[in-house]
Design a protein around this ligand. Sequence first.
Ligand SMILES: NC(=O)c1ccc[n+]([C@@H]2O[C@H](COP(=O)([O-])OP(=O)(O)OC[C@H]3O[C@@H](n4cnc5c(N)ncnc54)[C@H](OP(=O)(O)O)[C@@H]3O)[C@@H](O)[C@H]2O)c1
Length: 101
Amino acid sequence: MDLGLKDRIAFVTGASRGIGRAIALALGAEGVHLALFGRDLAACRKVAAEARRRHRRLRAIVVPLDFAQPSQVRPAVREAVTALGAWTSSSTARAGLIAAA
Ligand SMILES: NC(=O)c1ccc[n+]([C@@H]2O[C@H](COP(=O)([O-])OP(=O)(O)OC[C@H]3O[C@@H](n4cnc5c(N)ncnc54)[C@H](OP(=O)(O)O)[C@@H]3O)[C@@H](O)[C@H]2O)c1
């Protein structure tokens, strides 16, 4: 399916499993570059690898983030913006898409 999202950028929280993982892989399959936020970095890296396997030119980075530690949020977002570029809109927290641009 082509949803016209190729080369856009998505920030996905809770990316290690469940809905966040599914969102990441679905967006990755559309050619959306991914910043995957989570606590379980090994699991997030597997999601990133799977997304890249499905879409070879995809950029997918893993950023450590525990939402129980609010001080981690700003540096994590800054790291993702530096790596992938800016984003302009936001939606859910905890697990799911937090931004796409
Ligand atoms: N599944 C449904 O049908 C459904 C329906 C409506 C709403 N929801 C809501 O949608 C959310 C996700 O559902 P899910 O089924 O995908 O849940 P899940 O499989 O339990 O996944 C939760 C995700 O959130 C991450 N997470 C939890 N606490 C975190 C924290 N402090 N910092 C960073 N990441 C954290 C987990 O990361 P770790 O791997 O590090 O634990 C995991 O990636 C939940 O809030 C759920 O209540 C789910």
